[in-house]
Design a protein around this ligand. Structure first.
Ligand SMILES: [Cu+2]
Length: 85
């Protein structure tokens, strides 16, 4: 029974966290996330979307460095859209 309730709790947490693109928060504006995005963009096959995603990611990184979290999130959202996330 304990295992079942732990599983249910884990499922509830997974549902709360949701897919990466559903969150719009500061966790996007970290070096870790930027590295994930670099890897995602490298995997893209649509050259136009890849270029657009790269442009938004660069802008997002620049905003992050400038301490502009809102700008970082806005550009990240656009980059995610290009990635199909
Ligand atoms: Cu991202």
């Amino acid at each position: 029974m304990l295992k079942q309730s732990m599983f249910a709790a884990a499922v509830a947490v997974a549902m709360t966290l949701g897919p990466i693109a559903a969150q719009a928060d500061k966790s996007w504006c970290t070096d870790d996330h930027m590295a994930q995005m670099d890897a995602k963009i490298a995997e893209m096959t649509d050259a136009d979307k890849q270029k657009s995603a790269q442009t938004h990611l660069d802008a997002s990184k620049a905003a992050m460095k400038a301490g502009d979290t809102d700008g970082c999130i806005t550009h990240m959202k656009a980059a995610h859209k290009d990635m199909g996330l």
